[in-house]
Design a binder for this molecule. Sequence first.
Ligand code: ZN
Length: 68
Amino acid sequence: MRYNTNWSEAKAVVTCPYCGSTDTEPFSLFGQQLLTMQYYCNACRTPFERIKDDDVLDDYAARKEEQA
Ligand SMILES: [Zn+2]
C-alpha cells in the first residue's frame, strides 16, 4: 500500500484555485473521489480539491504497460 507513504507528492507546491496563493497544505490524502486530494488554503481559508493527475497516474500507467 504505497498510498499511505506517498506524502512526498503532497508536498509539491499547489496553487489555490480561488486566490492564487501557494500557501496551501494538504489535509486529506483523499477527497470525495480516490483521484482527488483535499487541500486547505491558509491565505483565504478555503478548502479545495486537487486531482492527482501528474506523476502518480503516469507512473501507474507505465507500470501497467510493462506488466502486460
Ligand atoms: Zn486561497
